[in-house]
Design a binder for this molecule. Sequence first.
Ligand SMILES: Cc1cc2nc3c(=O)[nH]c(=O)nc-3n(C[C@H](O)[C@H](O)[C@H](O)COP(=O)(O)OP(=O)(O)OC[C@H]3O[C@@H](n4cnc5c(N)ncnc54)[C@H](O)[C@@H]3O)c2cc1C
Length: 415
Amino acid sequence: MSISTDFSVAIAGAGLSGLCLAQYLMRAGIDVHVYERDPGPFVRRQGHRIILDRYGLEALRESLPRPLYRLALTTGDEPGGHLRFTDSRLRDAFTINFKDEPHATRQVDRLTLRSILQSGLDGRIHYGKTAVAVDSGDPARPRLRFSDGGAAAATVVVGADGVGSALRAQLMPDADPANTPMAGIYGRSPLRRNGESIIPDALRTSGVLAIADRPGRAFFFTSMRFGERPREAFARLAPGSYAPTGDDYVMWALLLRQEEVPLDVRGELRALWKLAARMSANFHPLIRRLVDTAELDTTVLNLFATGRRPRQWAVPRATMMGDAVHAMPPFGAHGGNTALRDAALLGHRLVEARANGTPVEEAIAGYQNEMVPYAFRAVDTAARLMRRLTGGAAAPHWMLTRVLPRLHRVTVPEA
Ligand SMILES: Cc1cc2nc3c(=O)[nH]c(=O)nc-3n(C[C@H](O)[C@H](O)[C@H](O)COP(=O)(O)OP(=O)(O)OC[C@H]3O[C@@H](n4cnc5c(N)ncnc54)[C@H](O)[C@@H]3O)c2cc1C
């Protein structure tokens, strides 16, 4: 494919949305470069899976070359499954069922997805580049500036630098995210011990949110089973790209109040894991086993925040996508899907503008006007779900933990 340099895009952040946009633009022959703060592509374990819904899958289908999209599907878990809401002893309150059509909601390993999104972008992702600001001295050619003093000029600059975005204060000055009372300590544990699955058959295809007796605490877990081993699938569909190990695992998260996480443990993996172990002591023995068998280096603390609607986009020819705009708590699994949707939408608008001569400013405004409503619907839904499931309101909590579980059989006996 020949790349024309009359129209170029500089993206800050090689996360889900930044890489997805780069793929979209590359396919259309647009000169795109991604600047990432991390010193290399796989320096963080990123030990979790994400659920792709129809928006996330559609965005990937539109952005990726066919073999890479097939790679995402084939290495993902089987489609469908359930999300169960239970009490702390894993007695069902209610269950949501997902469709199991070939392109329906499915889990994918995040590291594998990132590797897929990086495939074919050789020489276009620049690591160790921390974006700090956008210079708009020449409004037709904004420059993305880096902490090392360098800069990259482009037709359009895109901030895709995640929830802690360094560019947000400048590009969307009135939209700093609001803190929430809740946090999650995330971990991951091998799915099998001595050849046996740690997850009982009844929960094979279920994500489970177990709500504790006291409001403000819950435990989530789900198993990630690779459909096809990444090594073989990458060799066939993306030879030469890095294939993650592909050992099946259980991702889990202890949800708790931020005030329960002392400041001095926040960056300490072992202390965080110990806190998770202590706080899950009253849950079902299966949950305690998951925490006991965790791989320590995958422990992550996430302080949940909610994005605020931007009212003003302050820098011409610069825009933002993903968590940098619309951070949301992880309830409903919309964050990554919305980020991917943004990338495909912005890609579409830019490619269309270049093809038919629409001014770039109009294309960007069109993207922003369409993105803000759907993204902030997702933010509102996630925040509402968080309040319902972990908030202090007595009636919903009583219903979830006392009434509904009594009506159902025991799913996992406490052996
Ligand atoms: C444990 C966990 C589970 C999740 N599960 C789901 C799920 O099931 N479904 C779902 O839809 N979402 C899920 N999410 C949310 C999802 O991961 C995020 O919404 C998504 O990654 C956002 O994509 P992004 O491109 O905006 O940012 P990110 O993917 O966070 O990428 C931002 C990138 O920018 C880089 N960066 C940061 N600052 C700078 C800078 N100054 N200069 C250059 N680069 C910079 C970062 O290093 C990073 O690579 C989950 C999140 C977590 C933590």
